[in-house]
Design a protein around this ligand. Structure first.
Ligand SMILES: Cc1cc2nc3c(=O)[nH]c(=O)nc-3n(C[C@H](O)[C@H](O)[C@H](O)COP(=O)(O)OP(=O)(O)OC[C@H]3O[C@@H](n4cnc5c(N)ncnc54)[C@H](O)[C@@H]3O)c2cc1C
Length: 493
């Protein structure tokens, strides 16, 4: 591959010498961006690039909700860059080919990028790095997506952590991550080469337009990410240690898509939250623990790249899952007849996000009571979450299914009714997302089948017509799950 800077390429940098390419990936921001900072430090012109790489074999092609978010995030990034004098170049294709070709086209000898932990992205990094090296150019990778360098966190004997608590202790002992850096005021940019038009990428839904609820819920982009975080730190963080479990209240930060897309860096979240420390106490500590969980998931994926496909505990590969053609669609559509599960799945469809407590309940119902494969649930979440994140999604699904490292034990089966009664005691969450149950009294809203007929009539609920009968008998389904799981573990012993 000919990547030697061309005569014209050599003169494309406005500051003398070839320009430097900054390859934006899952770090769509200007503040606290180590790759951008490093590129600017050389005093060269900087060419910002984003590659839509959605055809690479082995990659998890981005889901619909993620594509919706990406459109807004790139539009916002392009605007911020333009305000600083730079043009975001958009190209489509395998990044392993596009980045080296673009570097050649503009005569760049250096490409700076944030390191990713997804297996296909790491392979692309290796190919790009080799192609650039071949012609005397270089790919420089920086930490932009995690708090810590994932490769450097080791047990005392040099091993890999499989349990969160000691991992978190080791991370915390390393001290706070470096303080975040501000966005550059100006970005000197060479005359930009050809760019695709964002609108031509077809990232937004057309017909049907399912994104109305997304537009009502989310402001996308770096500035909006900071607003969202600031709103949380001003209020909900104070009671986060308990409020985070109440899906009917605004008790969590909802910064997950901003973190996934890198509109916020985890270091910014860490430091901004610390600044609120004096007033917040326990809520803050628990919140920081969740930000570390995010690093732990990335760490697990880094060391177990097959995690989205295969259980980390091999014994569970033989779990006898069921194959019912109707139950998965019922779960996906929020028509299982279990109110808290349906509320969660409808929230997911409507706004591309689901409260963590309800993610756990809905996921547990799928893999335990319905005994369907966790991979099917993971795939649906991947398509429908705006924060769809390969590491967090796979770690969480394996945790729920009991087949990951540091999982909840397989014999723990969430009861969706008692979970609902405990964490949504007034039914506010169910009423918001399952309006056909809104008029039921609190004590029946999580189990409408237990309401006397007169109460159902009074509330306008006709089970089997206005709202489904439960697709699983909860005690029997729990027992079936325990039997199957126990048999699997026994077989493997
Ligand atoms: C089955 C299942 C699938 C999930 N899939 C994803 C996913 O694809 N993407 C994703 O970002 N999260 C996923 N999670 C984790 C968690 O539900 C979300 O991160 C959280 O609900 C996001 O809301 P928030 O920003 O208000 O979180 P907060 O409670 O405000 O937490 C702050 C941040 O900490 C991180 N975080 C919180 N909980 C976890 C966790 N359990 N594991 C790792 N990081 C965490 C997130 O980045 C989050 O934004 C999943 C959880 C389950 C049970």
């Amino acid at each position: 591959m000919g990547l030697v800077p061309t005569e014209s390429g050599m003169s494309k940098g406005t500051l003398g010498g070839p320009p430097v390419v900054v390859w934006f990936r899952q770090d769509l921001r200007l503040q606290d961006h180590a790759a951008l900072q490093a590129a600017l430090a050389g005093g060269r012109a900087v060419l910002p690039v984003y590659v839509l790489d959605d055809d690479t074999p082995g990659a998890w092609a981005m889901g619909g909700a993620a594509r919706w978010w990406l459109h807004g995030s790139l539009a916002s990034l392009a605007e911020s860059l333009a305000a600083r004098g730079a043009t975001l170049v958009l190209r489509r294709g395998p990044s392993a080919e596009v980045i080296p070709a673009l570097a050649q086209e503009v005569g760049a000898a250096e490409v700076h990028a944030g390191r990713m932990h997804e297996p296909w992205a790491r392979e692309a990094e290796a190919v790009v790095g080799a192609a650039l090296r071949h012609v005397g150019a270089a790919l420089h990778l920086h930490r932009t997506a995690t708090l810590f360098d994932l490769d450097s966190i080791r047990t005392k004997t040099g091993g890999i952590y499989g349990v969160y608590a000691p991992f978190a202790r080791t991370c915390r002992a390393l001290g706070a991550p470096p303080p975040p850096t501000p966005a550059p005021e100006r970005i000197p940019c060479p005359p930009p080469p050809r760019s695709d038009r964002l609108g031509d990428w077809g990232l937004l839904p057309t017909r049907p337009d399912w994104a109305g609820g997304f537009r009502e819920t989310w402001q996308v982009g770096e500035a909006a990410a900071h607003d969202r975080l600031a709103g949380f730190l001003a209020k909900a963080v104070h009671g986060y240690d308990t409020g985070r479990n109440r899906p009917g209240q605004p008790g969590t930060s909802m910064v997950s898509p901003h973190l996934h897309w890198g509109e916020l860096s985890p270091g910014q979240v860490w430091h901004t939250a610390q600044q609120a420390a004096q007033e917040t106490g326990k809520g803050l500590e628990v919140f920081l623990g969740e930000i570390l969980w995010r690093d732990f998931s990335a760490y697990l994926l880094w060391h177990h790249p097959h995690m989205p496909e295969r259980p980390l505990r091999p014994a569970f590969a033989g779990l006898a899952v069921r194959d019912d053609g109707a139950e998965l669609p019922a779960w996906q559509r929020g028509r299982t007849g279990i109110p808290i599960v349906d509320a969660g799945m409808r929230q997911l469809w409507h706004i591309g996000w689901m409260h963590n407590r309800v993610r756990m309940i809905a996921a547990s119902f799928l893999v335990k009571q319905l005994l369907l494969p966790w991979q099917a649930g993971q795939a649906y979440f991947w398509d429908t979450l705006v924060d769809a994140d390969l590491a967090n999604n796979a770690t969480s699904w394996q945790w729920i299914a009991g087949c990951g490292i540091d999982s909840q034990p397989f014999f723990r089966v969430f009861n969706p009714v008692s979970q609902g009664e405990r964490f949504d005691p007034d039914g506010a969450y169910v009423r918001a997302w399952v309006p056909e149950l809104a008029r039921l009294p609190d004590r029946f809203v999580h189990a409408p089948w237990s309401a006397p007929p007169a109460v159902l009539v009074e509330a306008g609920v006709e089970l089997g017509r206005s709202y489904p009968n439960p697709i699983a008998d909860l005690p029997q389904a729990r027992q079936r799950a325990l039997d199957v799981y126990r048999a699997t573990v026994r077989r493997a012993a």
